[in-house]
Structure formats: structure tokens, C-alpha cells
Design a protein around this ligand. Sequence first.
Ligand code: 2NL
Length: 338
Amino acid sequence: MSDLEEVRKIKRTALRQIEKADSGRAVEALRIEYLGRRGGRITELLRSIPSVAPEMRAEFGKAVNALKAEVAERLKARKEQLAAPEARPAAVDVTMPGRALRLGRIHPVTRATREMCEIFGRLGFEVVEGREVEDEWHNFVALNIPLAHPARDPLDNYFLRDNVLLRTQTSTVQIRVMAGRKPPVRIVAPGRVYRPDTVDAGHSNMFHQLEGLWVEEGVTFADLKSVLAAFARGFFGPDARTRFVPSYFPFTEPSAEFYASCLLCEGRGCPACKRSGWLEIAGCGMVDPNVLEAVGYDPERVTGFAFGFGIERPAMLKYGINDIRLLYENDRRFLGQF
Ligand code: 2NL
């Protein structure tokens, strides 16, 4: 057999074996068999070049070097092919159980919001939403909050630029509804509000509010009391008791703070209610005539009441959450409990 025939034969078997190799380990074994430094079949051919007859040497040397290059190339390609995941169909065990889907839960703030809206819905209130970026007219002026009022201090608001700020209460939504339609109006407005407060277990610079408004001919403070009492029984349970304490807001007159009996201690006094037995859950009052006038309503013809609830505080009470920050961290270990 001539030397060149030997080269062709090694080439045929090497390429066939590489094609059949079914693992990285098998490819490596072939590399050692053909290209190994000691005793590799092609290595040996290369070493034999100097002893080939001079008239054959150049041609033989060229053939052996080409063989070496081609085998090395094929080994590399086969190794890469086997490393690709789709090259290992045997690795898929079709009898394995599937991966369980992680079902999402409703966030406690969303749950509380929906529950509150549902209760007010039964009382005839329509749910409306609005923008979070507002102007000073909707956030302050229409609500009878004058320029000199401390609530308008630039340090107590997130101003984006002159006359543009993140809303501090959702009353802005009610102002927009009233400015856009005639009475009667019976709405609740849930949503995010923003105040640059220092964050701690009980405070966040972003929180949620649900404000409500009922404006129509003949609406009285008695209606306010019965609506909020009905809400408290719906949200906290049929045994919830309620009380109103005189207060002050620029946008209502008269104004009141609204308390429900503490649902944790049933009014006996505990840390949640600071031993008073009562929880302050909303501010409320009769809509100030200046507010009605600002939106083009006639305060001689219609009257109304309004109220503003925080959402986090009642949600935390109801679901037993002791730090408001947990509500915004999106830790699945926390969220999975609701
Ligand atoms: C609170 C409680 C309150 C209102 C919000 C309101 C809205 C309109 C007109 C009049 Cl459009 N009032 N909302 C009323 C009383 C209380 O929020 O603690 N606010 C600082």
C-alpha cells in the first residue's frame, strides 16, 4: 500500500468515527487516537514525513497536513454540536411532571380597594379614576386651599415643574368630574397619592386613598353619617360602631373625623387603636360652598358631602400587616400569604 493510500484510508475511518461519536468524551477519545502527541495515528504519519522517499515527500507531506487540519476541524465541530442542548434529545424525560405554574395573588392594597369600591357601589356610588400628575387648580385652588396654606409649601409636595405636581389627594378626580358634568354626582375615586413624607413602618411617600363625593339637591350631614356607618359595617363587620368628631378641612364645612370601633379589640383598647378602642379611618364633611362654586355648581341649589379614606391603614388592620413598607417591596414570600 502506498503512503498516500494509507492517508486516504485513515481519513475515511476517522471521519466516519467522528460522525458516529455520540458524546464529548467519545470525541476526545478520537482526538487522542488520531492527534495524540504520543502515538496518535496522524501524529505518527507527520513524524514519518522525513523518511519518505524524496520524490514523494512533498506530495505526502501536503496530504498528511491537510488530513490533520480536516480531522482537527471535524472533531471541533462535532464537539460543539454535541454541546448544544438540542443535540441531546435523550436528556428530555417526557415522563417527568411539569413545572408548577406560580399563580399570582391579588395584592392586599388592590383587595382592600376593590372591597371598598364594591361596598360603595352597593350604596350607589360610581367608581372613577383620574390622572396622578395634576395642576395646582385641581389639587388646591378648586378645593379652597389658598396659596398661603401650608399644604401648598413646595417642600411638602412633589412638584415636577411650575404648576405641575403629583396629586396629594384624589379629590382632583372629583373636581374633574364635577367640572365636566351637572349634578347629581355620586362617585368614589380610588388611587395613588404622593407626599414627600419620611418613610417608616406607618408612613410612605406614596400611598392609596379612596375619596367619595355625593352632590345633589337636599343631601345632608345625616346622609353622610348613614353612608359612612353603612360602609364601616360592610368593611369591618356588622358589629362595627362608628363616631364622628368635629374637625377642620379647607374643602368641607362642617368637617369631621370618622372613627370605627377597633376591630382587633372590639373597642376594649389595644396597641392598634392606641388603647382608645377607636380607629380614625376617614376625614369627611359637607362640601364647602366655595368648592361647589369653583366647579360651576350653585351652592344655593345643591349640597353635598365628601370623605377621604386611606386604603393602606384599614387594609393593614384587616389583614394583620404591621409595616406599610411590606406592601411595596413585592416580596413573593409576603404577597403569597394573601
Ligand atoms: C383627609 C380626608 C377628605 C375630602 C377629603 C373632598 C373632595 C371634594 C370636595 C370636598 Cl371634591 N372634600 N374630599 C373631604 C374631607 C376629608 O380627606 O384626611 N384629608 C386630608
